[in-house]
Design a protein around this ligand. Structure first.
Ligand code: FAD
Length: 420
């Protein structure tokens, strides 16, 4: 029998988008979230609908380039040593997933799902009644040094890009940056087929507002475990309980402990990213979100201000932020001459990442009343719309528009034949 009522656990972009879609499909849906928006990865991200990132980061190239990307050498990649017990076992799985055959299968799967990412966001924004949430199309990648530009252009020309494409910027396009920075970049490329949201938290708020307007219920609290008796019961940390026919686990990086209570491992790690945001700034509205590739930094103009994001720090999702990273972001902005407040808003948040850099989207084999959608790594904002459609297809018994085989959580065992 098809479930008529759903508990959605987690109100980040994945949970919020899925809850809205489930409710819109006529299912009685309750979303449960602790209600601290800044804790979620969905709060302070770069807002980029990154349909071009079809190549999973679990790859031989990533492993080879790792040493030169280390934080200590000026790069974006860092490891919290006191959390080595969390990321070391995960890193061993990553190495196993980076082999050419598995990487090629992952790229095929990401290419298929990302082809639908931007169209699905537009459809989702229509369902929410706020089409303006999907903002301008395209983004830019720029280089300040001609030498790095040459290498960067070569690398992008060889890269798989899915449904997106790019062209080189002309002198006039580069010169527009000279009005908001000390000087224009040496070179840059402009992508088509990508986009940005008006503001990540505003997008999430719009989805949640539409969800409650359609009769959806939001409960504040943290689910400690799921019990799978005749119905699905969520047990809250404060002792409350709530039942429904079925549940969707969409708790970002924290989904692992819930999956553990259901006997299925989900080896998630927090890849913590940092951002600073300035409410006042001089960044022009006609400039696209821009990746400063030499500095591994993205600058995005949102309705709430100008945001710079960077870093991949492996560690506990709930550890305090490392102030050196906010300082370095601010130093990059100062060196580039980008106007920013001296005391910007500072944020750190955990990308939820599985060792093969593919999301987990599907129906639990041990109990088909449990759906899951987490592990969207660097692409959770991008994939929110399509994930919500896929989850709703599963819940309503229709064919998902994307083959979900590669996204099964059971690919991490137990008892599954070795895959790498
Ligand atoms: C610096 C940075 C920049 C990024 N830029 C981009 C970008 O430009 N484009 C892009 O596509 N992606 C980007 N990402 C990645 C993206 O932000 C994440 O993939 C996405 O937000 C994950 O969404 P989520 O809903 O799965 O998880 P989250 O946003 O982390 O939300 C999970 C929610 O579930 C709640 N929760 C967890 N456990 C429970 C429980 N037991 N009970 C109840 N509630 C629970 C949490 O409190 C939280 O509110 C970026 C990430 C970072 C850190």
């Amino acid at each position: 029998m098809t479930a008529r009522s759903y508990l959605v656990i987690g109100g980040g972009l994945i949970g919020a988008a899925s809850a809205l879609r489930l409710q819109a499909a006529g299912l009685a849906t309750t979303l449960i979230d602790p209600g601290d928006p800044r804790r979620a990865a969905s709060f302070g991200n770069a807002g980029h609908i990154a349909a071009e990132q079809v190549s999973p980061l679990a790859s031989i190239d990533s492993l080879i380039s790792l040493p030169r990307r280390l934080y200590g050498l000026g790069g974006p990649l860092d490891f919290r040593w006191r959390d080595a017990g969390l990321w070391l076992p995960w890193a061993l799985r990553l190495v196993a997933a980076a082999g050419p055959a598995r990487h090629a299968r992952g790229q095929e799967a990401l290419t298929a799902i990302l082809a639908e990412a931007l169209p699905a966001w537009r459809r989702l924004a229509e369902v929410a009644g706020t089409p303006e949430v999907v903002g301008r199309e395209g983004h830019a990648v720029v280089w300040m040094s001609p030498r790095r530009a040459e290498a960067g252009l070569k690398a992008w020309s060889r890269a798989a890009l899915g449904t997106t494409g790019f062209r080189e910027m002309d002198a006039a396009q580069l010169e527009r940056y000279a009005t908001v920075m000390t000087r224009a970049p040496a070179a840059g490329i402009l992508f088509s087929g990508t986009a940005q949201v008006s503001e990540p938290q505003a997008a999430r708020d719009a989805l949640l507002a539409a969800f409650t307007e359609r009769g959806g219920e939001i409960l504040q609290g943290r689910v400690q475990g799921l019990m799978t008796g005749s119905r699905i019961t969520a047990r809250f940390a404060d002792g409350r309980r709530r039942e429904a026919d079925a549940a969707l686990i969409a708790g970002g990086v924290w989904s692992g402990s819930l999956m553990q209570t259901l006997g299925t491992p989900a080896p998630l790690i927090a890849e913590r990213g940092y951002s600073v945001q300035s409410a006042t700034h001089g960044w022009s509205a006609d400039l696209p979100p821009t990746v400063f590739e030499e500095r591994s930094m993205v600058v995005s103009r949102f309705t709430s201000g100008l945001r710079a994001t960077s870093f991949v720090e492996f560690g506990s999702p709930d550890a305090p932020g490392d102030p050196r990273k906010w300082h370095r972001l601010q130093r990059h902005l100062t060196e580039l001459g980008i106007g920013f407040e001296p005391q910007p808003d500072r944020w750190v948040g955990p990308r939820p990442t599985l060792p093969d850099y593919l999301p987990a989207i599907g129906r639990l084999e041990r109990d088909p009343r449990i759906l899951y959608a987490f592990g969207h790594q660097h692409l959770g904002l991008t994939m929110a719309g399509i994930t919500a459609e896929l989850v709703t297809a599963l819940a309503t018994g229709t064919d998902p528009s994307v083959d979900l085989t590669s996204f099964r959580i059971e690919r991490f065992g137990p008892g599954r034949a070795a895959d790498a």
